[in-house]
Write a protein that binds this ligand. Structure first.
Ligand SMILES: Cc1cc2nc3c(=O)[nH]c(=O)nc-3n(C[C@H](O)[C@H](O)[C@H](O)COP(=O)(O)OP(=O)(O)OC[C@H]3O[C@@H](n4cnc5c(N)ncnc54)[C@H](O)[C@@H]3O)c2cc1C
Length: 412
């Protein structure tokens, strides 16, 4: 059985690794490297994650077993404790903000009281009825905390009116505070329920060590942009020159109408999907403790700074500044001058694909697009191939499911 995998990002590589022993697998990748948006460009010894800082961990069943057992052994990774903070009203306070009310009280007691009042004024199960993201944030965290932090921060990340967005992506991405945790934090007792409270980074001091280990032993054709995929009787024909029995696409849904023959009615939901790109600037910084820092301030062109040098051993003072708001590099660098630890820009990059945008119609459009692909016999896998806010671990988990489905199909 010849299996063609379009794209050699984390999803394609993980699937390739899972199927390689039992099938004839080939990956087709337009770049001259693998890893997709998880790839790090090396600037000397600095892993510059051009699409934004990355770290790995998972609570999904089987994922870390696959990573440590079949890709890169556990002793090849550093385990790093997350230390993150938020620049809030001119003060750095620890993340998550809903557990840092005592620190807010240190500089603005009235604001802290308002946040507490509003938080306890919400009813625990009301958020599930929220239809829009801003409504969900208010119902989950209370109006004051939503207005002061979550709404401005998310407006920056999504570059979209939150009243036009669905809250569907929030599960597993935002720590949902319960009343006991919130109350205990008022007494100074922290609870570590944040995603990625600890994470892994390769000891080789570059995420590419993980990507290379995933890619090793796979047949990958690089510099090979897939321009067309046509179903012929019982096989797939790629660019009129390669044939496969089974086709998996990890390519973004919004480019599929240009690749797979479909009528305008079928193409419509693909064309309605929205996404954000990301601009990043690599900075030399002052030495600092944070692994990453959040910036909700609307007057700053960036929303997050990932201190990538703190993922390495020994640590080095470098960080990646991330911006999704359509600002120019000049604006980003100009605003960075307001942050004292950002010393000097070293490199910059724009990546077209960073975040699928969860507008109100995303579920409808995504499902319709995936139905079209499925009806043509294409397996879709990955962040933009499924238009989901997947992390690498979810891509790996989904690869396990797709591998099982393909093996079942092949054994029929
Ligand atoms: C800012 C940011 C921070 C993130 N941080 C983390 C994190 O800390 N931890 C974590 O686990 N995840 C993180 N993620 C998510 C993670 O990057 C993704 O889940 C994962 O990399 C997606 O992999 P993929 O293979 O599905 O997609 P992609 O990486 O997009 O792979 C698709 C591949 O297809 C190729 N391709 C596209 N078009 C064609 C074509 N026509 N022909 C041939 N090849 C083509 C691309 O070059 C690419 O290699 C982050 C993402 C972003 C944007």
């Amino acid at each position: 059985m010849r299996i063609g995998i379009l794209g050699a990002g984390i999803s394609g590589l993980a699937l390739g690794k899972m199927l390689n022993a039992s099938s004839d697998v080939e990956l087709l990748e337009r770049n001259d490297f693998s890893g997709g948006i998880a790839h790090a460009a090396m600037i000397g010894d600095i892993p510059y994650h051009q699409a934004g800082g990355h770290c790995l961990n998972s609570s999904l069943p089987g994922v870390m077993d696959f990573v440590f057992g079949s890709v890169l052994p556990k002793n090849s990774w550093h385990k790093i404790q997350r230390i993150s903070s938020i620049l809030f009203h001119g003060h750095y306070i620890p993340y998550p903000i809903e557990q840092s009310i005592p620190q807010i009280a240190d500089f603005d007691e009235k604001l802290a009281i308002n946040i507490v009042e509003d938080f306890f004024g919400t009813l625990p199960d009301r958020a599930s009825s929220a239809r829009t993201l801003d409504e969900w944030l208010k119902k989950t965290f209370g109006a004051k905390l939503a207005e002061e932090y979550f709404i401005p921060y998310n407006k920056k990340v999504w570059n979209t009116d939150l009243s036009q967005m669905s809250p569907a992506w929030t599960t597993g991405k935002l720590p949902i505070p319960d009343r006991n945790i919130f109350f205990r934090s008022l007494l100074g007792k922290k609870n570590c329920n944040v995603p990625h409270a600890a994470f892994f980074y390769p000891k080789k001091n570059s995420q590419n060590a993980f990507i290379d280990a995933l890619a090793s032993g796979l047949r990958i054709t690089y510099n090979y942009p897939v321009l067309s995929a046509e179903k012929k009787e019982n096989h797939w024909d790629i660019n009129g020159e390669k044939t496969f029995d089974v086709l998996v696409s990890t390519l973004p849904l919004d480019i599929m109408p240009a690749i797979i023959p479909m009528n305008s009615w079928e193409a419509a939901p693909f064309n309605r999907l929205k996404r954000n790109g990301i601009k990043t600037v690599l900075y030399k910084t002052q030495p600092r403790k944070d692994t990453w820092t959040y910036f909700p301030d609307q007057d700053l062109a960036f929303h997050r700074v990932v201190s990538i040098g703190n993922f390495l051993r020994p640590t080095i003072p470098y960080a990646i500044v991330e911006s999704t708001g359509g600002y120019s590099f000049e604006q980003i660098r100009g605003h960075a001058k307001k942050i004292d630890f950002l010393l000097e820009p070293v490199a910059e990059n724009y990546s077209e694909y960073a975040y699928p945008v969860f507008d109100k119609d995303v579920e409808k459009n995504k499902k319709a697009a995936l139905r079209v692909l499925s009806s043509k016999g294409v397996h879709a896998l990955g962040r933009f191939a499924e238009w989901e806010y997947y992390n690498m671990d979810v891509c790996i988990y989904r690869a396990m499911q797709v591998a099982a489905a393909i093996l079942k199909q092949c054994s029929c």
